[in-house]
Design a protein around this ligand. Structure first.
Ligand code: PMV
Length: 349
């Protein structure tokens, strides 16, 4: 790669929050701390080609998804570029071609914003590194700034740079935590959580009726906002001893409570809305019954949508996956589901 032109490619994973980020203020500052597992199979692969242009007046870029030009992605990227311009001074010096693809199906209801924005942020960081002649770009600086930039694209994207457990949002309970970027969870994690499984049931593939941007905004003036934000801090504290001791029952209790609280915030905002579908509730009830019958450590969480993430330890994979395939896949649209596992973070390719 030269100063005139070059190409960089990164793949970056999605992540699934255990303690949910819901509510933000400018510039993309979370109202409460969150923590997520980095995934490994659900990811975005982005190739960024840069070519020096003659003027430095405006941003200039084209976006392709699976080879098709996607002009409807441009406003979101334009907003992202505007937010990061001061931190990425070369942004107006080049024309960029952004070629991107996801490993998960289109409009599957799996948010591609975390993997997509983190992949793009990493490509830009790599260009910064290639262009830099004076600054020594350490791995720590690289990851921290990539996370910082990704956050300005989509909040949860800042948790997709590294693995396996990432905290975002300042809290007294996590040393080194920041509102500006994600950090690796710094305390002991029990082996029960090694290779933790996430089977994602694709319940509804339609476009979300309410975007997460709107959802975050609705936490302003929300009657339960103050209590919810305080609860997230308390839950970060509670999670610490759960992760240390490997108490899976307590883990499931906290994770499911967080998922339902997220949706409770949606149902109690003004305007109120519901993103769960009848099959979301069917699946949740079947999970509860199966857990009571078997004593296996199967639990669920939800994102801002109808899909159900089923989380469980690797040691119980055979029995739980058999149950999912025999009984739960029937509730999915076109019987589609994705088997994922906790991962180590993004990679350059
Ligand atoms: O990153 P955003 O703005 O799309 O927000 C995502 C928020 C949730 O996925 C619902 C929760 C989370 O912490 O990931």
């Amino acid at each position: 790669n030269s100063v005139e032109n070059g190409t960089v490619t990164w793949e970056s994973p999605s992540n699934i929050a255990l303690i949910k980020y819901w509510g933000k203020r400018d510039p993309q500052i979370p109202e409460n701390p969150s923590v997520s597992f980095t995934l490994s199979e659900c990811k975005t692969i982005t190739k960024l080609t840069y070519t020096k242009k003659n003027d430095t007046k405006d941003f200039s870029f084209d976006v392709f998804l699976d080879g098709d030009k996607k002009d409807d992605f441009k406003p979101k990227i334009e907003t992202f570029f505007k937010r990061i311009e001061v931190y990425v001074p070369f942004l107006k010096d080049y024309h960029f071609t952004i070629e991107t693809k996801n490993t998960f199906p289109h409009s599957s209801g799996i948010a591609s914003s975390a993997s997509g924005m983190s992949a793009l942020a990493l490509c830009l960081m790599r260009i910064e590194k290639d262009l830099s002649t004076t600054l020594e770009v350490t791995e720590e600086y690289f990851n921290k700034k990539a996370s910082f930039l990704a956050r300005l694209g989509s909040g949860s994207a800042c948790r997709s740079i590294e693995g396996n457990l990432i905290v975002w949002g300042k809290t007294a309970h996590i040393e080194g935590s920041s509102d500006l970027f994600g950090v690796k969870y710094p305390y002991k994690v029990h082996d029960n959580f090694k290779n933790y499984q996430d089977t994602i049931l694709l319940i509804d593939k339609g476009e979300k009726q309410v975007s997460s941007t709107v959802g975050h905004q609705l936490m302003h003036g929300h009657p339960f906002a103050k209590e919810r934000f305080a609860q997230a801090h308390d839950n970060m504290k509670a999670l610490k001893s759960i992760l240390e001791t490997g108490d899976l029952n307590a883990f499931i209790n906290l994770m499911e409570s967080e998922a339902l609280t997220l949706h409770a915030m949606m149902m109690t905002s003004n305007p109120y809305f519901i993103l769960m579908k009848p099959n979301t509730l069917e699946v949740i009830n079947r999970i509860w019954e199966f857990r009571a019958e078997t004593g296996l450590h199967i639990g669920f969480t939800l994102d801002a949508g109808a899909n159900v993430h089923i989380l469980y330890p690797q040691s119980e994979k055979a029995q739980i996956l058999e149950f999912i395939e025999n009984e739960l896949v029937a509730y999915c649209k076109n019987e589609e589901y994705i088997c994922d596992v906790v991962g180590a973070g993004a990679q350059r390719i």
